[in-house]
Write a protein that binds this ligand. Structure first.
Ligand SMILES: Cc1ncc(COP(=O)(O)O)c(C=O)c1O
Length: 423
């Protein structure tokens, strides 16, 4: 089979795989997006994809790790939803809002690969995971395990809970270049004691882009009676996985990151039997059974057009093709990292193994502080990145997106090469 045909067939198979529920069938039927129909992964295809974005002329955005701007079809759909809500007002909120929310949660279950009724829409990862951390049935003396490289907001919530409930926090430091999955499993395993109740693990570490072996960590933790909460902020719609394969207890992510939904969208998965064990962030009416995930999902009045746009972002990504997107993102990262990895004074803080990375990588140059590197990249070369300055990671996080051109990455490679030579 020719490469082009193979990608076409596997793309359709991928679409089929996620179209099994009635909700997904309806979704894929209704998505007439102006994406190129070319079923290959040529540069011409990606150039067409880029035309579907409104991007700044003034700089090259290599900071898609904060969030991924919406492609125009999603942005326009969001604008239409906002206008429709503004037209119908309370009528929409009182009639169709809840059924739309349930349908979209079901679509997310289908794409994420979890049982219906185990996933709720949130505003972001912070809200999703803070619900678990703060709502977990802690007892004084319990312990929680996490990593120094985990996201600050979650670590802060753990600190608050430690002060409030008298629990102990144990933190490991994940190496930037692990030799094996077993090394990582042993690292976390050593931090577990008979008092450990919950282990937090990042699916993709945000400062380096390292992908962690979540399934192996979850199996190890479960064997010791410890529940596992995964920070998937950077994983969903970036790397392909099925939640049921990860065997975790809780999974939170932000949909304004790699799904390119509008800002303020995320989800939380909770294993069915844990739903009644958690305390919600905002109390729900007693008329909602404690076994229903909606009992955890009271949000007050929200910008419902954001939630409605999740459906459009899902449709866009399905048309783009999950596998094709992941392959492109990994290719873009390797395109530049392979050219600078071996240069003197250049430090790659991201593993080289394909299965441990995707779009995100972190690079430092010995002579530059992270802040100075970010500044010179922006001021001299017009490249926008973010400086990461932690004890274990010193460099700039570089995050391309599907619209990134190879020639933009060539500018980055030339900049790193020049700066490392002291020019
Ligand atoms: C690993 C990780 N977790 C959680 C978050 C928080 O995401 P949000 O601000 O969308 O809640 C981020 C944000 O960048 C992140 O990188």
């Amino acid at each position: 089979m020719k490469k082009r045909e193979f990608i076409k067939v596997s793309g359709l198979a991928a679409l089929g795989l996620f179209c099994q529920t009635p909700a997904m069938k309806a979704l894929t039927k209704n998505t007439a997006y102006a994406l190129p129909e070319m079923a290959d992964s040529s540069e011409a295809f990606w150039e067409e994809v880029r035309k579907g974005y409104d991007l700044p002329d003034a700089f090259i955005n290599l900071e898609n790790g904060y969030y991924c701007v919406q492609p125009l079809p999603v942005l326009h759909a969001c604008e239409r939803h906002m206008a429709a809500l503004n037209r119908e007002g309370a009528y929409y909120m009182r009639t169709r809002q809840l059924e739309d929310k349930k349908r979209i949660a079901e679509q997310l279950c289908s794409v994420a690969g979890c049982e219906p009724g185990t996933l709720m829409i949130t505003r972001n990862t912070t809200e999703a995971l803070d619900l678990v951390i703060s709502g977990f049935p802690w007892k004084a003396g319990d312990e929680a395990v996490m990593a120094d490289q985990d996201y600050g907001a979650m670590r802060d919530m753990f600190k608050q809970v430690a002060a409030r409930h008298g629990i102990k926090l144990v933190s490991v430091s994940v190496p930037n270049h692990p030799k094996s999955d077993e090394e990582l499993v042993a690292l976390y395993e050593k931090a577990i004691t008979p008092n450990t109740r919950l282990l937090m693990v990042s699916h993709v570490i945000n400062i380096t882009g390292q992908v962690l072996p979540v399934r192996k960590l979850a199996d190890m933790a479960h064997a010791k009676g410890v529940q596992v909460m995964v920070d998937g902020a950077h994983a969903f719609a970036h790397i392909r996985f099925k939640l049921s394969d990860l065997n975790c207890d809780y999974y939170g992510c932000s949909l304004h990151k790699w799904l390119s939904a509008p800002l303020g969208a995320g989800f939380l998965y909770v294993r069915k039997d844990h739903i009644p064990e958690l305390w919600p962030l905002m109390a729900e009416s007693e008329s909602v059974p404690k076994t229903d995930i909606l009992a955890l999902n009271h949000m007050g009045t929200i910008p419902a057009h954001i939630q409605l746009s999740i459906e459009d972002a899902l449709g866009y990504n399905i048309k783009l093709g999950w596998e094709r997107k992941e392959a492109r993102l990994r290719f873009l990262q390797r395109y530049w990292t392979d050219k600078v990895r071996h240069l003197p004074d250049v430090i790659l803080n991201t593993p080289v193994e394909e299965e441990r990375t995707c779009a995100i990588a972190n690079v430092g140059i010995r002579q530059y502080t992270p802040a100075a590197l970010a500044e010179v990249l922006f001021k001299k070369y017009g490249i926008y990145t973010v400086a990461i300055d932690t004890p274990s990671v010193k460099g700039c996080r570089i995050t391309p997106n599907v619209y990134t051109r190879l020639k933009e990455l060539d500018v980055l490679v030339a900049a790193i090469t020049e700066l490392a030579k002291g020019k």
